[in-house]
Design a protein around this ligand. Structure first.
Ligand code: SF4
Length: 204
């Protein structure tokens, strides 16, 4: 693919769709870098990686570098923050983006970006700040883009492509948080239905 080479850290297949398309439109030739030691359990990690590889090879024709997934480093640097979301996610972004920057330097890229900027569930400002800091530290140019407006399109396109879509960010803490949110939403729906039924019965 013709364009300015750019290494794009990718967290999963669905989140890669729009960044790859839009960066190509800007004149970049993205190569994806997979480094996500945050994804638990291992079967989920493999499922997300295989979804990404299938789309990258068969549909997008974008090269993928599968870099190191240092799970021990993630446990040391990130897990101690447990349910302190901001501290935990910042450490997680830093670990993954630092490895992406290392790979970019090793492979001769000058530009770096991340698909984390597409999900409204991520901490966009923290992630962008770390991308800039780490890129500069490694002598790279950060390509900071806010892809969040494309999230609904990415969701639709990934459904049409039959891609696997996860319902939590990746780590065991996010899986627990997402499960609690789903339970709370279900309880709220049930309570609303009960209130509506009571209101109807009182009226009758
Ligand atoms: S919620 Fe996502 S970004 Fe935050 S620590 Fe867990 S896996 Fe990493």
């Amino acid at each position: 693919m013709v364009g300015t080479p750019l290494l794009l850290h990718a967290c999963c297949g669905p989140c890669s769709l729009e960044p790859v398309r839009l960066l190509r439109e800007e004149g970049f030739a993205p190569t994806i870098c997979w480094t996500n030691p945050n994804i638990q359990p291992v079967a989920e990690h493999e499922r997300r990686l295989n979804t990404l590889l299938g789309w990258a090879n068969d549909v997008a024709r974008v090269p993928v570098i599968v870099a190191a997934d240092d799970r021990d480093a993630w446990e040391r640097a990130v897990a101690p923050a447990r349910f302190d979301r901001v501290r935990r996610c910042r450490a997680c972004y830093a670990l993954r983006l630092a490895e992406s920057c290392r790979v970019a330097r090793e492979r001769g890229f000058s530009y770096i970006s991340t698909t984390l900027a597409v999900s409204p569930y991520q901490l966009f400002d923290d992630c962008s700040e770390l991308l800039v800091l780490l890129a500069k530290h490694h002598g790279l140019t950060p390509v900071v883009r806010d892809f969040r407006a494309q999230y609904p399109v990415a969701t639709q396109r990934s459904r049409e492509l039959g891609m696997y879509r996860q319902n939590y960010c990746g780590c065991r803490f996010s899986a627990a948080e997402a499960a609690i949110e789903r339970h709370e939403a279900r309880d709220a729906r049930k309570a609303a239905k009960r209130a509506a039924r009571l209101a109807r019965e009182t009226k009758d």
